[in-house]
Design a protein. Structure first.
Length: 328
């Protein structure tokens, strides 16, 4: 990654530089270098600062970084590892060519997460959406979430494609009983007159937290469990984990807030990263600092500034899509 071709005033960035910029996007987002701290940052900075043409190529790639932030981690990682094969350079060249051919398209795509293409209802990164369903139940979608809503004469079903939802069920006006179900690839959650959240942690795991009454969880391969108010659980297609306590404040994301109670800074930053495009990372030197207090998820810049005032931290912003919480 060390091309040094001169820039031409008024011209598009060099195709080779755009290919390298696309390579950096994938490496920083999904590669092992994303976890190597200062060395990875220094290598990237040296590349970007080689010339104005490098900087211009990266400016276009920033929009692409926002796009990849919308893609589920499992899909993105699979794509990255596929690019490690012998055809990697040709594939990265194709990504760079896309940056040349359709920069406006990349920018538009960044504001249209992939989930919106097929889902009934979806939210972008940092967005939350509340709605009243046909039966009077209340549904809230968290950041980067997507659902299909399927109400029939026999059931009320929500298919959670991505992200996290908060459900407050309402007595069904239908004259015949219709169960209220939330479905993920790992199984089905049946409401038992309740307020609960369902979150897809990754491609293999769903988390359920109950704030009122109870739910029944039934995994794809047949295991089942009843979860009561004040409990949460992670489950997979073939396994249901152990119950853990959950506080009512765990649903404060509905109001755009995270209430931290002696949490590791790394965990707080990871949660905040769900609400902004690009990369937000925590330096290993400060990862174990403890955080207590309310942090804004609706305005993550304000939340980061609060952390920097409260702890021995500084916020390093290489670009608006690459931010590091580092030691002061």
């Amino acid at each position: 990654m060390n091309s040094q071709r001169p820039a031409t005033a008024g011209a598009s960035p060099d195709p080779a530089l755009l290919s390298e910029a696309a390579d950096w996007v994938m490496t920083l987002r999904y590669g092992d270098n994303a976890r190597n701290g200062q060395e990875a940052q220094a290598n990237f900075d040296r590349w970007r600062q080689q010339s104005p043409a490098h900087a211009e190529a990266w400016a276009r790639a920033e929009a692409l970084m926002g796009v990849f932030a919308q893609v589920p981690a499992g899909i993105g990682k699979n794509a990255f590892h596929a690019l490690q094969q012998p055809n990697r350079r040709r594939s990265m060249g194709l990504l760079g060519a896309l940056l040349i051919a359709a920069p406006a398209g990349w920018l538009a795509w960044r504001h249209m997460p992939w989930r919106e293409w097929t889902a009934d209802v979806a939210t972008a990164t940092g967005e939350r959406k509340s709605m009243t369903l046909a039966d009077g139940s209340r549904l809230v979608l968290n950041t980067a979430s997507a659902v299909d809503i399927v109400f029939t004469a026999a059931e009320r079903r929500i298919r959670l494609q991505a992200g996290e939802i908060l459900v407050t069920t309402h007595a069904d006006p239908s004259p015949t009983y219709r169960p209220f179900l939330v479905q993920t690839p790992q199984g089905t959650v049946r409401a038992m007159g309740t307020r609960f959240s369902v979150r897809r942690l990754d491609e293999d795991t769903t988390r359920v937290a109950v704030f009122e009454d109870a739910v029944e969880i039934r995994a794809v391969q047949g295991a089942s469990r009843v979860l009561s108010a004040g409990e949460q659980i992670d489950f997979e297609a073939g396994r249901i984990g152990a119950e853990l306590p959950v506080e009512a404040s765990a649903a404060l994301w509905e109001q755009g807030m995270l209430l931290a109670r002696n949490l590791r800074l790394a965990d707080v930053v990871a949660e905040m990263s769900r609400y902004r495009s690009g990369v937000l990372r925590c330096h290993p030197a400060v990862a174990d600092l403890r955080v207590s207090g309310a942090v804004s998820l609706a305005d993550t810049d304000a939340g980061l500034a609060l952390l920097a005032r409260s702890l021995p931290l500084r916020i390093e912003q290489t670009t608006r899509f690459w931010v590091t919480v580092a030691p002061r």
